[in-house]
Ligand binder design. Structure first.
Ligand code: TXA
Ligand code: MG
Length: 351
């Protein structure tokens, strides 16, 4: 299959029929990678079981891992979900369009292929204008996991989508770099109190403003393989760069000297190693190895934004061992560290 890559700037007049062509692909059961404000998504028709099957195949993803259904009008939540609690309407009012996904009981119209066999459906109303226009043009209900191959870091540019999906899907809509760079926050609204299944840009404190009480399922990191976790995707290895990632935690000076030591040791044995650090610490590494600067510790949005693309850059450079500082920042630290711990397979050195 030839994958068409088209540039979109979000202006339907300038985009000369791209949306119509993309919508036609979806209605005919094909797949299109689209930008959202979080990460790129791999879109198919959420109400067509064959589209869900194709998504699993294109991503190389196990079919018991449910897909998020994307809508572009708040009222469309009622068409695919039932027994919706008042709190879900309040959260939708406050955070949609935006990076919040809510798990609700599904209506029959949503096929089990889309929900990985579950009686619940994850619903998200993205904010990105290209995504919204696309969803409406394509029929209103779009299943879209992150557009990476299963297990790889999520895609924050169209080029990342091309690297993973060229030849596997009909079209990639290039909407430039995404804004946030981490996937949406997922909240299970079928339990009381609602429970955060995946940390994201909308953090616990923000949710508490409308949900009063909200729990979180941070145990997700060490779920044994035979259990059925609440967000089934959380049991799979995630975001993994090809190199072995290790997170070094502890007092800042000790972390830096330990990473310096580890990298020198790996290099002396002929391996290619690199460090992920902050603007503030970048000059404290006395090594020949690449020093990847993720951003300033004062700019946690930038750290979130850069994380997946740095992991991909390190892959492109053929790095075998990656040592990273922790970025446990006040607002997004939980979401950033969740992704980093998964990417490392919980490979942490505490000193
Ligand atoms: O920001 C995002 O959410 C991106 C963009 C493209 O919208 N999408 C995304 O999808 O991250 P994906 O498939 O990579 O991650 C969805 C997660 C998976 O861990 C999946 O198991 C969980 O959501 N999930 C989906 N439906 C669920 C359900 N009914 N109950 C519990 N977890 C669910
Ligand atoms: Mg994903």
């Amino acid at each position: 299959m030839r994958t068409r890559i088209v540039k979109a700037c979000g202006d339907p007049v300038l985009d000369g029929g791209i949306m119509e062509q993309a919508a036609r692909i979806i209605k005919e059961g094909g797949l299109v990678a689209i930008p959202t404000e979080t990460v790129y998504g791999l879109a198919g028709d959420a109400l067509n079981p064959d589209s869900a099957r194709k998504i699993y195949e294109a991503k190389g993803r196990p079919s018991d891992n449910p897909l998020i259904v994307h809508i572009a009008r708040e009222e469309d939540m009622d068409a695919i979900a039932k027994d919706i609690p008042d709190e879900a309407y309040a959260a939708a009012e406050r955070f949609w369009p935006g990076p919040l996904t809510m798990v609700l009981y599904k209506k029959d119209i949503v096929p089990y292929e889309t929900t990985g066999g579950l009686d619940t459906v994850a619903v998200r109303f993205p904010e990105n204008p290209i995504a919204r226009e696309f969803i409406l043009a394509a029929g209103g209900y779009i299943a879209a996991p992150s557009a990476n191959l299963s297990g790889r870091p999520s895609c924050t540019t169209a080029e990342h989508c091309r690297q993973d999906l060229d030849g596997r899907i009909e079209m990639i809509i290039d909407g430039g770099e995404v804004g946030i760079g981490l996937e949406s926050t997922i909240v299970d609204m079928t339990v009381k109190p609602p429970c955060i299944l995946r940390q994201g840009y909308i953090n616990e404190a923000m949710l508490q403003e409308v949900l009063r009480d909200v729990g979180s399922d941070d145990a997700g990191h060490e779920v044994p393989d035979d259990s059925r976790p609440k967000a089934p995707g959380m049991k799979y290895r995630h975001y993994s760069p090809k190199g072995k990632l290790c997170i070094v935690q502890g007092e800042r000076d000790s972390v830096i000297s330990e990473i310096n030591r580890l990298i020198r040791e790996k290099e002396s044995r002929g391996y290619r190693a690199a460090v992920i650090t902050s603007d503030e610490d970048k000059d404290r590494y006395d090594i020949k190895a690449p020093v990847m600067v993720i951003g300033s510790l004062d700019d946690e949005d930038m750290i979130a934004h850069r994380l997946f693309s740095i992991l991909r850059e390190l892959d492109d450079m053929g790095i075998e061992y990656i040592y990273s500082e922790s970025f446990d920042t006040p607002r997004l630290g939980k979401a950033i560290m969740d992704r980093m711990l998964r990417a490392s397979g919980n490979n942490v050195i505490r000193i």
